[in-house]
Design a protein around this ligand. Structure first.
Ligand SMILES: [Zn+2]
Length: 293
């Protein structure tokens, strides 16, 4: 390649990364709406954004990702109430993750699929942080999408469809199965040792028996949401990718817990396992140390 051609390529790469970053900011702005409204059962389309304090509709020019926050000084234009810095932070995070995916996977069919995947992970992590739940719309919706979309994209780029289906469906089974086994065994051991948990079983309730559904899907300390989220991750990343996610998530969970303890001098970490799982999956996608994709 001549020097001039290399310069052109570098310029195109830079422009492409800039575009994917800006695209990520816009998607991040949408994710803020999803994170806020989905757990409350509200429509994520209507009505448009409005100030949670004075209810004034936010004008399009005051709703530009990150920039509006900066030029409004982090306050509502009407009532001057403080707007959480988490909104621009989620936008920046999504922009950076999208640019990093484009950087690593280039102009391939994997890039938009992984952007969709990452957007689901970011929304799941923050909803879990706020409400300790992961909505089925994200975990099961993402699982269905991954099971259909990932094999279709791989077959579309020349791979055998049967293999691609096997990887996606096998990944979902491994992802959900590993975590379910851990949670199930932990629940049975805890019950056998007579351990008491705040919500498991509820006050005055007896432990579930094999005849009841709760015996199979109701676990202390780990929500079924985490299991569904890992099934979704398996559909996108395959069996090997989801196993690496579990390892990365365990390490991320320890780091987050210790970091929280050091910052607040309290061991009562507010994190469920969901944010660590999402972070682990993003690391597996983005860090070349994980040779999964
Ligand atoms: Zn306001």
């Amino acid at each position: 390649m001549t020097g001039e051609a290399m310069q052109t390529t570098a310029w195109l790469t830079g422009a492409g990364l800039g575009f994917t970053f800006a695209f990520g900011l816009v998607i991040g702005s949408f994710l803020n709406v999803v994170i806020h409204r989905l757990p409350l059962g509200q429509s994520i389309v209507k009505p448009g954004s409005h100030c949670p304090s004075c209810n004034t509709a936010i004008k399009p020019w005051d709703n530009v990702p990150v920039l509006s926050y900066l030029w409004l000084g982090g306050r509502c234009r009407q009532c001057r109430v403080r707007i959480s810095p988490r909104y621009p932070a989620v936008e920046l995070l999504t922009g950076c993750v999208f640019a990093a995916i484009a950087w690593r996977f280039g102009a391939s069919p994997a890039t938009p699929v992984l952007m969709l995947f990452a957007a689901g992970l970011i929304a799941a992590a923050l909803i879990d942080l706020d409400h300790r739940i992961i909505p089925d719309e994200i975990s099961l919706g993402g699982l269905a999408l991954g099971l259909a979309l990932v094999p279709a994209v791989q077959a579309g780029s020349g791979g055998p469809l049967a293999d691609a289906l096997g990887v996606a469906w096998g990944g979902a089974l491994v992802g959900g199965g590993v975590l379910w086994s851990v949670a199930f065994l932990h629940a049975r051991l805890s019950a056998a040792m007579g351990r008491e948990f705040e919500h498991w079983p509820g006050e005055g309730e007896t432990y579930p028996t094999p005849g009841s559904l709760d015996y199979w899907i109701w676990f202390p300390g780990m929500g079924f949401g985490d299991i569904k989220l890992l099934a979704m991750i398996g559909a996108f990343l395959g069996p090997w990718g989801v196993l690496q996610t579990i390892i990365a998530a365990s390490l991320a969970g320890i780091v987050m817990g210790v970091g929280w303890a050091l910052a607040t001098r309290s061991w009562s970490s507010p994190f469920g396992f969901g944010p660590a799982i999402a972070l682990g999956a993003l690391l597996v996608v983005l860090v070349p140390f994980f040779p999964s994709l």
